[in-house]
Design a protein around this ligand. Structure first.
Ligand code: AP5
Ligand code: MG
Length: 209
């Protein structure tokens, strides 16, 4: 099953994509993670992306489209995948239509006020990609999965978060209508507890854990 996760920054796309990918045994393709890895490794793509990401802006469509096209051609995508953070603009969605067939689009719906709180307390593991939150019972600064340090993303600073929300509403939210028109959109209340959301997504996909 080829699935898109759509939603504003902090909606829980990454958190839920990990759970659903584990349940369905398909890869999670997070364009944000791919770009952060490229920045860490200092590749040409990473250098190009850094200024945009740090400012909370989208990287140019032509940069990201080629990355996703190459990634989807890899063997592990043969049985399906979750696109987490792509497409983010109508031109990206139109480009995707030329090289992939999407079965479902899951929209995680969360109010802006909740998102700001989620993002300011988020901590991530740069080694394994795990996402945590400082408000979780038992939270420590070490990744519970691999033991590496948890850090705050540069773009989770308050002013950058507000930019990212503005960019989402202007450039990405139009994709809700785009996929609604294709009959692919499934809206999920992303403000519930994490396990309820996972169940709601599996249900919407007609899948079992
Ligand atoms: P990206 O990494 O994709 O960031 P984003 O879309 O802004 O989304 P986030 O990762 O911030 O949020 P999320 O929905 O994954 O939430 P999470 O699960 O972590 O992109 C970063 C940048 O890269 C972009 O700004 C852009 O510059 C560039 N980029 C990436 N893709 C691009 C593209 N296609 N085109 C152009 N540029 C691109 O959860 C957030 C927090 O909330 C966590 O702490 C989590 O523990 C907590 N949480 C999650 N669910 C719940 C819940 N149900 N209840 C309580 N807390 C919860
Ligand atoms: Mg994410």
């Amino acid at each position: 099953m080829n699935i898109i996760f759509l939603g504003p920054p902090g909606a829980g796309k990454g958190t839920q994509a990990q759970k659903i990918c584990d349940a369905l045994h398909i890869p999670q393709i997070s364009t944000g993670d791919i770009l952060r890895r490229a920045m860490k490794e200092g590749t040409e793509t990473g250098k190009k992306a850094k200024g945009y990401i740090d400012a909370g802006q989208l990287v140019p469509d032509e940069v990201i489209i080629d990355i996703v096209k190459e990634r989807l051609a890899m063997d592990d995508c043969g049985n399906g995948y979750i696109l987490d953070g792509f497409p983010r603009t109508v031109p990206q969605a139109e480009a995707l239509d030329t090289f992939a067939t999407i079965d479902s689009v899951i929209e995680l719906d969360v109010a802006d006020e909740v998102l700001v709180n989620r993002l300011s307390g988020r901590r991530v593991c740069l080694a394994c990609g795990h996402t945590d939150h400082i408000s979780r019972d038992g939270y420590t600064e070490k990744c519970p999965k691999c033991g590496e340090p948890l850090v705050q993303r540069v773009d989770d600073k308050a002013e950058t978060v507000l930019n990212r929300l503005t960019v989402y509403h202007a450039q990405t939210a139009p994709l809700i209508g785009y996929y609604e028109n294709k009959g692919l959109l499934k809206k999920i209340d992303g403000a519930q507890g994490m396990d309820n959301i996972t169940s709601a997504i599996l249900n919407a996909l007609g899948a079992k854990a």
